[in-house]
Design a protein around this ligand. Sequence first.
Ligand SMILES: [Zn+2]
Ligand SMILES: [Zn+2]
Ligand SMILES: [Zn+2]
Length: 102
Amino acid sequence: MVVNSLEHHLKEGINHECKLCNQMFDSPAKLLCHLIEHSFEGMGGTFKCPVCFTVFVQANKLQQHIFAVHGQEDKIYDCSQCPQKFFFQTELQNHMMSQHAQ
Ligand SMILES: [Zn+2]
Ligand SMILES: [Zn+2]
Ligand SMILES: [Zn+2]
């Protein structure tokens, strides 16, 4: 059996916090889905990938894109000022603002 790469790095049982609204999720996949919902807000019918900013007109297309293109990646955004890493650029930006702002 070939292991589905989408499931490869999805670890359960660790809390993952949304840096935008501080909600906790028990898997990176759930956080990912939640962050997609954030990207739906105020988009007027279009859905923007929070990682690469590609725009989709259907929510499920964006979701498929994120899991296929970004879902199996480790946290790819690392903070230049501390050892923390993040799944999304928006998370990193939020972290920089809240943790490293003057
Ligand atoms: Zn959130
Ligand atoms: Zn993308
Ligand atoms: Zn940092």
